[in-house]
Design a protein around this ligand. Structure first.
Ligand SMILES: *[C@@H]1O[C@H](CO)[C@@H](O)[C@H](O)[C@H]1NC(C)=O
Ligand SMILES: *[C@@H]1O[C@H](CO)[C@@H](O)[C@H](O)[C@H]1NC(C)=O
Ligand SMILES: *[C@@H]1O[C@H](CO)[C@@H](O)[C@H](O)[C@H]1NC(C)=O
Ligand SMILES: *[C@@H]1O[C@H](CO)[C@@H](O)[C@H](O)[C@H]1NC(C)=O
Ligand SMILES: *[C@@H]1O[C@H](CO)[C@@H](O)[C@H](O)[C@H]1NC(C)=O
Ligand SMILES: *[C@@H]1O[C@H](CO)[C@@H](O)[C@H](O)[C@H]1NC(C)=O
Ligand SMILES: *[C@@H]1O[C@H](CO)[C@@H](O)[C@H](O)[C@H]1NC(C)=O
Ligand SMILES: *[C@@H]1O[C@H](CO)[C@@H](O)[C@H](O)[C@H]1NC(C)=O
Length: 865
């Protein structure tokens, strides 16, 4: 259960790690920590008495964040880089929230990916944006924390009413009715509460600290306000108005915490009941007296206060040797017990003596249970081995019982790598094919898991529908929203493109021209000069000829990088194939303009238009057409997961009648290196893919390298990575990347074919001979003088390649992607005589009489002549 309102505080405002004032009863605190020492110190002082939400964006290392979680932080607020570095396997997603400036929903969801972590929007000035967003999300969203640039009651109440969690400075919170400047905490808390009663009161469950229900009462905003102000149970009586519990009976309640249930129609008051009990009948609860451990504790506590002289319990409290002997005796008896009932009997005895020890020392069951909850928050598990003295012999019982799964072994290898490099060296995790199990190797080669398609589809589907229905209007709205290009008035730029939009430095023009020409040449050579003609039987001629796809849409991603290369890789083959209409789509910049490189390429390939839009909306516009965007027959090009999802949706919709190139995923490279490989080149090639994104993956297969040779590569990876501007991204990618150590080229190629890499780099002697062994790969780079980057830009080969193992069944983009093949048959009379009887027999078998007759009628005509 997450907080309802988070009081933001500073260390100096805490006493013993706790708050005072009305906010103390929220049971949660939020603060920003500067270093790990400070955080752990705080957590030790708060122990487990409050839930702690810590902004850890200032912590430099991931180990520090893990330490903070381990020390019992309820939730840590991390930035995007940190989020991607946290290991999803060991991470409890409920305990992490992403710190964000809260700009667009798309950005936030993209950075969260398939994790269901919370969202912390900081310094919000436009609360309308956040509330719109919460409304759109509906009820089922991860926790959304909202801190305001100008905190006030109205904004906080609005966010709370929509199920968001306002983060409010402690000093602004008050238990008094609203007055200028201060925020009435009860008002914000109750803004989200729903009453299902005609009198508008809120059902309130009162429990003790162990969660045992004491009774049911009713609250109003006013009674909650009084409760928070006085720190005791105050409720709203249906008959008598405000009810200060215990004022007449003396059985008062100390308030511990106020919270609300999941659908916000029931308040929960956690209290420490004084006097005889909650009920007016003087029982502990309105459902009778306590039972079980609570009853035992109550008895022990009253015995401790006044034990009858000479009673057994009094002896136990007085004689620590006796108590120790009893605990050991009962523990031993519990260990001997085998029957269910016997075990229950002995466990009860042990609990009795254990609780006596606690009560004697002033420790309560609540303290013990808080300690248990705290242990459940540990991220780093304790080994759980017993101390030497309790072990029958040093060997047997300490052995690990379970056979570790491949995933567990991989986790261990990663930890070992991390431990070997406490400095946080950027290094790939090593596996040795001759030592590690085959299943472990295959598991290590798995791509990082993809984002949940459901979440993405939930965003993409409405956008597609909207563009399909409202055309240009919707398209422009999305572009204004997502690209912030609010000045844009038309979503399309039609050819001829004005010179003024393609002003480029001469050296860029030259580079584009050279690459353009190479790509053109290579694709032109893929053209089929003449149709394929085969005479299958005398007089039966079958032909196959190609025709360009008439209208193609080329999607060029925008965002962080300018990608004229993608425009060329997509546009040039379309031009060579002879497509009649080439539409380019690319998200505009915030000022509404397109990068001049893309306009220049569009001009060179003879594009009909440039659609100034990105994401799912651009794909939808090209798939269905709008007032100004031309509908296309096929959409090609890479993109983020929204683009990919949109392509899948439109290609699946028969009413769109549009094809797509191939499923796309994060970039990847596999480098095979032997002792002739240059360590610096190997490292550079690995890093050139790792810098694409944190979900990229790179794999090194090392053939029979010595430890020194392997270390030389690893040293280069770390050195070069740290010198890169995108080192954070690289670190994330390397985190799920691996080195496989194998003995032979055959073994290396076999594993490479299993992985089916997008890019395969062969840095081995006689590299071209190994090409014969390649079964699955998008594009191969042969020998030490062929870095993968040449293929990305200028060599001539296409860089739109199948990822995520799709190289097993897909080719990269090539001329064939822009054409389709048509077949034709042409029979002479003689030909039909030859093949006709076979056709008629098969038609008969399939009971398709009209088929049979189409032949027989002709044969009859021939014989009647
Ligand atoms: C941690 O931060 C606190 C408060 O900012 C500071 O007093 C302390 O010296 C810091 N400790 C370390 C080890 O940097
Ligand atoms: C996230 O925080 C870490 C540690 O303070 C910092 O090094 C990194 O640059 C931050 N990343 C972003 C995207 O703000
Ligand atoms: C918060 O936003 C306001 C404007 O809305 C700005 O003036 C202020 O600098 C921001 N504060 C931080 C810490 O970013
Ligand atoms: C409940 O317990 C109290 C003392 O703890 C006892 O006086 C009372 O009789 C009990 N009531 C019932 C209904 O058991
Ligand atoms: C504890 O036991 C000792 C010796 O048996 C006795 O003198 C002392 O009064 C006892 N204390 C209490 C609190 O019962
Ligand atoms: C494709 O269409 C089918 C039938 O309409 C639907 O069940 C399926 O979910 C669709 N797939 C995608 C990726 O949209
Ligand atoms: C490269 O990929 C693009 C599309 O991404 C395609 O148009 C082009 O034909 C491909 N080039 C080669 C040489 O395969
Ligand atoms: C069909 O075949 C006949 C005889 O083989 C030939 O004369 C004719 O040109 C062919 N027609 C076409 C369209 O290929």
């Amino acid at each position: 259960m997450s907080a309802l309102v988070l009081p933001a505080t500073k260390l100096s405002e805490l006493k013993d790690g706790l708050l005072s004032g009305p906010a103390a009863f929220l049971g949660s605190i939020f603060l920003s920590v500067q270093n790990v020492t400070e955080a752990v110190d705080l957590l030790q002082r708060t122990t487990s008495r409050v839930s702690t939400y810590l902004d850890v964006t200032a912590l430099e290392s991931i180990e520090d964040i893990t330490t903070v979680l381990d020390a019992g932080a309820t939730t840590v607020i991390v930035n995007n880089t940190q989020l991607h570095q946290l290991d999803p396997k060991t991470l409890d997603q409920d305990r992490v929230a992403l710190w964000t400036t809260g700009v667009t929903k798309e950005e936030i969801i993209e950075s969260i990916g398939d994790k269901s972590v919370g969202i912390f929007t900081s310094n919000v000035s436009d609360v309308a944006f956040v509330t719109a967003w919460l409304k759109e999300y509906g009820e089922e969203h991860p926790p959304v924390y909202v801190s305001f640039s100008n905190p006030n009651e109205e904004d906080a109440a609005q966010v709370s009413a929509l199920g968001g969690i306002p983060v409010l400075p402690i000093a602004s919170l008050s238990s008094e009715p609203s007055s200028t400047g201060s925020i009435n905490l009860a008002k914000v808390l109750m803004a989200g509460a729903k009453s299902d009663r005609p009198d508008g009161l809120f059902t309130t469950l009162v429990v003790d600290e162990r969660g045992t229900a004491l009774g049911l009462v009713y609250s109003s905003e006013k009674s909650v306000q009084e409760s928070l102000k006085l720190g005791r149970g105050v409720y709203q009586s249906r008959k008598r108005g405000l009810w200060y519990k215990g004022d007449s009976s003396g059985d008062t309640q100390e308030l511990v915490r106020v919270s609300m249930d999941c659908d916000r129609d029931c308040l929960l008051f956690v209290v420490r009941q004084k006097g005889r009990g909650f009920c007016h009948l003087a029982t502990s609860t309105c459902f009778g007296n306590y039972s079980g451990l609570s009853r035992l504790q109550k008895t022990l506590q009253s015995r401790k206060a006044s034990a009858p002289e000479g009673s057994y319990t009094a002896r136990l409290f007085n004689d620590s040797q006796l108590l120790k002997a009893k605990i050991m005796e009962e523990a031993s008896e519990l260990c001997e017990a085998t029957e269910k009932e016997h075990i229950a009997f002995e466990a009860a005895d042990l609990l009795y003596f254990a609780l006596t020890k606690c009560v004697a020392a002033g420790v309560s069951i609540e303290d013990v249970e808080r300690n248990l909850d705290m242990k459940a928050l540990k991220v780093k598990r304790r080994p759980g081995n017993a101390k030497e003295q309790w072990l029958p012999s040093a060997s047997e019982d300490t052995k690990e019982l379970a056979i570790p799964t491949p995933a567990a072994i991989i986790q261990k290898s990663k930890e070992a790598s991390a431990a070997a490099d406490p400095s946080g060296k950027i290094t790939l995790t090593r596996y040795d094919a001759s030592k590690d199990d085959r299943a472990v190797i295959i598991e290590a080669l798995k791509r990082p898991s993809q984002r949940s398609t459901e979440k993405i589809m939930g965003i993409v589907n409405p956008i597609i529908k909207d563009v399909q229905e409202r055309g240009d209007k919707a398209l422009l709205e999305y572009t204004h929203k997502f690209e912030k290009a609010t000045s844009l008035t038309s979503p399309v730029l039609k050819a001829p493109f004005p010179e003024s939009l393609m002003q480029l430095p001469p050296e860029t023009i030259e580079a584009i021209d050279i690459s353009f020409e190479n790509i053109r040449k290579f694709h032109a050579a893929q053209k089929e000069e003449r149709p394929l003609v085969v005479e299958t039987m005398p007089g039966v001629v079958c032909t196959r000829f190609s025709r360009p796809i008439e209208r193609v849409g080329c999607y060029v991603p925008g965002g962080t990088a300018v990608l004229p290369s993608t425009a060329m890789m997509l546009g040039v083959p379309a031009m060579v194939a002879g497509c009649e209409k080439i539409v380019l789509a690319s998200p505009p910049r915030a000022d509404g303009s397109v990068t001049p490189e893309i306009v220049y390429v569009a001009h060179k390939v003879g594009a009909e238009s440039i659609v100034l839009a990105g994401g799912a909306q651009a794909i939808a516009a090209m798939a269905y057409g709008t007032e100004s965007v031309s509908k296309v027959d096929k959409i090609l090009g890479p993109g983020n997961q929204f683009v990919t999802a949109a392509k899948m949706v439109v290609s699946n919709d028969t009413s769109a009648a549009v094809g797509i190139d191939m499923p796309a995923g994060p970039s990847e490279v596999l480098v095979i290196a032997d002792e002739t490989a240059e360590p610096a080149f190997v490292a550079a090639d690995l890093l050139s893919q790792a810098e694409h994104g944190v979900d990229s993956q790179v794999v090194l297969i090392a053939i029979d390298l010595t430890t020194e040779q392997l270390e030389a590569i690893e040293t280069e990876v770390d050195k070069q990575a740290n010198a890169l501007p995108r080192v954070d991204i690289v670190r994330g990618a390397i985190d799920h990347s691996v080195t496989l150590i194998v003995k032979s080229l055959q073994e290396a190629m076999e594993l490479s074919n299993v992985y089916a890499p997008e890019h395969l780099i062969l840095q081995i002697k006689d590299a071209e001979k190994a090409v014969g062994l390649v079964k699955n790969a998008g594009s191969v780079f042969i020998g030490k003088w062929t870095p993968e980057s040449v293929g990305d830009y200028s060599a001539g080969v296409n860089h739109s390649l199948p990822t995520y193992g799709y190289a097993r069944q897909y080719s990269g983009v090539n001329l064939g992607s822009y054409i389709k093949h048509i077949t034709a048959s042409n029979l002479t009379e003689q030909g039909l005589k030859e093949v006709g009887p076979a056709v008629m027999q098969l038609a008969k078998v399939e009971e398709l009489e009209a088929h049979r007759r189409a032949v027989s009628i002709r044969l009859a005509m021939m014989s009647s002549k």
